[in-house]
Design a protein around this ligand. Structure first.
Ligand SMILES: N[C@@H](CCC(=O)N[C@@H](CS)C(=O)NCC(=O)O)C(=O)O
Length: 200
């Protein structure tokens, strides 16, 4: 039995998207990050008090990227790369998106869409956009001449990176200089499983 804790309007979208891609049966416990995450029963699963958390039988996992890499490998529905080299690349891209882009993308999202207008800081947005230029060039170049990050087929690498970059869409981050990235991002987030996850 698989249970995922968290709400789709959070980083829980990432494992929800993966679970939908894999067509697995799972229970979705709508744990919010404004109180539910601090309850003792939840802290027993995730002492960080963060969502998401996955429970798969006796296995408890947190960290959205780790959850997705685990699910892709355990329930291979075609999203787990076939070679050890490509699995290495999927791990590389998952670390990369978290360490090189997530903070700036989130700051941009908060200061364009999430915070009330009078609390938004244009300087934070400006810095975030500057910080994102180099990693967006890296991603755009990596997608030159290939449909997805590891080649012709969508994999856990695409899901993990696109799930983080999906914040660029509501935030209206200017991607016009990055046509490969734009084309790839739209293709990833338009997948039926991504839509189903967002609707959860
Ligand atoms: N690196 C973690 C971050 C998890 C995280 O920070 N989740 C947020 C919601 S998107 C949360 O639970 N925040 C509640 C809090 O920090 O109190 C992951 O990717 O799973």
């Amino acid at each position: 039995m698989i249970t995922i804790y968290g709400i789709s309007a959070s980083r829980t979208l990432r494992p929800l998207w993966m679970l939908e891609e894999l067509g697995l049966e799972y229970e979705h416990v709508q744990t919010n990050f404004t109180g539910d995450n601090k309850q003792p029963e939840y802290l027993a699963l995730n002492p960080n008090a963060h969502i998401p958390t996955l429970v798969d039988g006796d296995t408890v996992l947190w960290e959205s990227m780790a959850i997705n890499l685990y699910l892709a490998e355990k329930y291979d529905g075609g999203l787990n790369p076939k070679t050890v080299e490509d699995r290495g690349r999927a791990i590389q891209w998952s670390f990369w998106v978290m360490l090189e882009t997530e903070k700036s993308l989130l700051e941009f999202l908060f200061n364009t869409v999430i915070l009330p207008p009078d609390q938004r800081d244009a300087a934070v947005c400006e810095t975030a956009v500057l910080e994102l230029q180099a990693p967006m060039r890296v991603l755009d170049d990596a997608l030159e001449g290939r449909e997805f990050l590891l080649g012709d087929s969508f994999s856990v690498a695409d899901l993990n990176v696109a799930a983080v970059f999906s914040w660029a869409v509501p935030a209206k981050l200017d991607l016009s200089e990055f046509p490969n990235l734009s084309r790839w991002l739209i293709a990833c987030i338009s997948r039926p499983a991504a839509r189903a996850a967002r609707a959860k």
